[in-house]
Design a protein around this ligand. Structure first.
Ligand SMILES: *Cc1c(COP(=O)(O)O)cnc(C)c1O
Length: 389
């Protein structure tokens, strides 16, 4: 995908970069594993590893000991399998690594699932039927996972359909390696998670010998009652906020940087950027940096002049050791920052500016833009070079 924009032979050090700290990613996985020592700790690597690159994420976490990966689609699962197969040079079956496909099951996907040794998560009676028919046609057996609905009203079997699936398990015509459900508000202090946990226990009891999984990142921080046999963290691995209990316990993983292209001084009374949305009330030193909403740095992070969010402050950036505000509207390829409060000459063309990372929490930028870290990370565009450290 990125080769469409950045052929390998075309390099510019000015294009924006997301730097991924492999050590921090692995440390976060180990921290999550330590929270639930009785359970296996998996990893959600859907949406290209939350935008950072699923192949590298999966290779790193497999090296750290992760054996269970969660993708949304069969195509994502196949890519992860290939990345891990080339890392291990073993056959799919021998690697002992399970790759779950949360929502990718239809009849055309079954051959892919079987070829790549992927485990579909069955969430509807139709899923169950398609999977059984696919196995029959292929003349093979393979385990699936089953998702039950515990209160989110998104994907999963309700009680009646779960009972029907349980009968198939009992008579040997459906093989399950996992029964799971998903928490709607594990990162919030509401009673919904506890209600979901109880509902999950009732439904999982229909499948007595099947391992269980309920917790996403925030669920893993809710204590031993939520760990069951396998956790499925995503955002916490990548350094994002996963509920109040996660604060201070995760390392930032992704650092987004862009390069200063020009520094100029504008006079008080002028304005900056599209729509003259940032009127200048003082002589202002402005650095123009090479990143914009086409790279996934959201227009809603603008410091001024985006009507839908006028009540929120704009995002901050970090340059030359200081936090500075984003100025005016973020445009497609460029963003302005106000460096007036830095010493003259502190910022010059070619300097690197952090948009989020160790000094500017990704969750803070997301909040400034009226969104969540998940959306910022998965929205990083193909022009942003992924650099692994
Ligand atoms: C995305 C996802 C996860 C991971 O959630 P985080 O909040 O990122 O930890 C776990 N389980 C399911 C079913 C998901 O869709």
């Amino acid at each position: 995908m990125s080769s469409l924009f950045v052929p390998a032979r075309v390099r510019s050090d000015r294009q924006s970069v997301v730097t991924i700290d492999r050590g921090a990613l692995e440390a976060n996985w180990r921290a999550l594993a330590a929270l639930q020592p009785q359970a296996r700790t998996g990893a959600a690597v859907k949406a290209d590893g939350y935008g950072l690159g699923a192949a590298e994420v999966a290779r790193s976490l497999a090296a750290a000991g992760c054996r269970d990966f969660f993708t949304a689609w069969a195509s994502e699962g196949a890519a992860v399998r290939e990345a891990l197969a080339s890392a291990h040079e073993g056959s799919h079956a021998r690697s002992g690594i399970r790759i779950f496909v949360l929502q990718g099951l239809d009849a055309p996907a079954v051959p892919t699932l079987l070829e790549f040794g992927l485990t579909p998560v069955l969430s509807t009676p139709e899923d169950v039927a398609v999977w059984r028919e696919g196995l029959r046609e292929a003349g093979t057996r393979a385990p699936a996972a089953l998702q039950v609905e515990s209160g989110m009203n998104r994907l999963g079997l309700d009680r009646r359909d779960a009972e029907a699936a349980a009968e198939l398990v009992t008579d040997g015509s459906l093989e399950l390696s996992l029964v799971m459900s998903h928490l709607a508000s594990a990162d919030e202090l509401t009673s919904q998670s506890e209600a979901q946990r109880r509902r999950f226990l009732e439904l999982a009891a229909l499948f007595p010998d099947v391992p269980r999984s309920l917790a996403n990142s925030a669920g893993a921080f809710r204590g031993a009652d939520y760990g069951f046999d396998l956790t499925r963290p995503g955002i916490a691995l990548y350094g994002g906020h996963a509920g109040p209990a996660s604060d201070g316990r995760l390392r930032p993983v992704a650092t987004l940087t862009a390069t200063v292209l020009q520094v100029r001084t504008a006079n008080a009374g002028e304005a900056a950027g599209y729509g003259a949305a940032a009127p200048l009330d003082r002589d202002t030193r402005i650095a123009t940096i090479g990143i914009g909403y086409a790279d996934g740095y959201p227009r809603a992070a603008s410091g001024a002049g985006v009507p839908m969010r006028e009540s929120r402050p704009g995002a901050m950036a970090f340059v030359a050791g200081r936090h500075v505000p984003v100025l005016g509207r973020v445009s497609m390829d460029l963003t302005l920052i106000d460096v007036t409060d830095l010493p003259p000459g502190a910022v010059t063309p070619g300097d690197s500016v952090e948009l989020f990372g160790a000094n500017v929490p990704v969750d803070a930028v997301a909040a400034n833009a009226g969104t969540i870290a998940y959306e910022l990370l998965t929205g990083l565009g193909p022009r942003v070079r992924r650099q692994w450290n």
